[in-house]
Design a protein around this ligand. Structure first.
Ligand SMILES: Nc1ncnc2c1ncn2[C@@H]1O[C@H](COP(=O)(O)OP(=O)(O)OP(=O)(O)O)[C@@H](O)[C@H]1O
Ligand SMILES: [Mg+2]
Length: 356
């Protein structure tokens, strides 16, 4: 299950690539600058409608070309769906099953893709938005009403903030408070539930990879404990007016991650942060499988970077045990990595060839 077939046209250094992938571990190997990350970028783009490398997608057009085209065949529990994404004249056009799709979000729903790359430590060591995105990605894929709730909350938040910026002394912000409070509470409950759903898996995974370090994670919802969001919005409206923005609500939420009762952000090493981030993603993949009976596709760029052989081996074991589809890149001849592969691809001079 997951990504079966990938086609890339005029994207980065690739004129044309077509590959068949394994539903288990796929290894993409090649020298520096051969195009490994570009393959992951193409897959990520097909799912998320954006690149993890750049907001300027024109830089991803193969030099001298005017459009790129990416296509994938996705197998889920009950069906096989073809999706594609074309960029031409600065526009991204997605298709699903041969028909134009109205939104990029339709691709995300069909093709859940996770990313562990050189920035993975940000999930632990970066700002709160990385952790909110982590929760929201997971809840989006398993909770039917999540997307709608998220959108309604953010629409109300945007409108309230427009009023706060434009009219600092008026009292008309309250027209959005009821909606903001209703969807904010709901959004928060869904995130909390989602964290509970994946929590056991996280602890199990980190027990082995973090050498017995005790991990704990707590959701902090973005407004005062013991008060409803409606009460808080009312109580803090003066401050909101002064600052011209809404200061309370799930858009200010965070995950407090601790190791051995101390803030992970401040004490763990980069290697440990990468391992912890991998555990969080693998816990999501496990839960997705359990809930939906289908596989996510985990993209791992340069898995071996920052990891010693021992930790790399344990992490690879865990990836194998989770059993979802993984596409990972490595520089040439790293047998620890290629040894776990169900399929190996070699990337060279704008081409990608299946070796195993
Ligand atoms: N728009 C483009 N058109 C043509 N070539 C491009 C374009 N964008 C990037 N490249 C080139 O594509 C090559 C592959 O880049 P990529 O980052 O995918 O390599 P990589 O195999 O991941 O390398 P590393 O091992 O160093 O991470 C690079 O030589 C890069 O300069
Ligand atoms: Mg790379």
């Amino acid at each position: 299950m997951g990504l079966r077939h990938l086609s890339i046209r005029q994207f980065r250094c690739f004129p044309a690539v077509d590959i068949e992938l394994s539903p288990q571990i796929n290894v993409v190997e090649g020298k520096n600058a051969s195009g490994k990350t570009s393959i992951l970028e193409a897959i990520f783009l097909l799912s998320r409608g954006r690149s993890f490398r750049t907001p300027h997608l024109e830089t991803a057009l193969r030099q001298g070309e005017e459009e790129f085209y990416l296509a994938a065949r996705i197998a889920n529990r009950t069906s096989i769906v073809d999706v594609s994404l074309k960029r031409r004249n600065s526009l991204l056009q997605p298709t699903v099953a041969g028909k134009n799709a109205a939104t990029l979000g339709q691709l995300a729903a069909i093709f859940p893709v996770q990313l562990l790359d050189g920035q993975a430590n940000l999930l632990i060591q970066g700002g709160a938005r990385y952790r909110r995105q982590f929760l929201d990605w997971g809840a989006f894929h398993v909770e039917r009403l999540f997307h709608e709730t998220w959108q309604k909350y953010h629409r109300a938040l945007k409108q309230r903030n427009v009023l706060l910026k434009g009219n600092r002394h008026g009292n008309d912000i309250s027209v959005w408070d009821a909606e903001l409070a209703q969807y904010g509470e709901k959004l928060s409950r869904m995130r909390e539930q989602y964290l509970r759903d994946i929590y056991e898996s996280i602890l199990e995974l980190t027990k082995r990879t973090l050498d017995g370090v005790a991990t704990s994670i707590r959701y902090v919802r973005g407004w005062a404990e013991g008060s409803s969001l409606a009460e808080t919005l009312q109580a803090t409206s003066k401050r909101d007016r002064l600052l011209g923005t809404t200061c309370s609500g799930p858009h200010r939420a965070d995950l407090v991650i601790q190791v051995n009762d101390r803030p992970a952000q401040e004490i763990i090493s980069r290697g440990q942060a990468k391992i912890l981030a991998a555990s969080l993603l693998l816990a999501q993949a496990t839960f997705y499988q359990r809930q939906l009976g289908a596989s996510t596709t985990l993209l791992v760029d340069d898995l071996a970077a920052e990891l010693d052989t021992e930790h790399l081996t344990v992490l690879l074991q865990q990836i194998q045990e989770v059993g979802s589809q993984v596409i990972l890149t490595t520089i040439e001849s790293q047998s620890v990595v290629t040894g776990s592969a169900a399929a190996v691809f070699h990337v060279k001079q704008g081409n990608c060839v299946k070796m195993l």
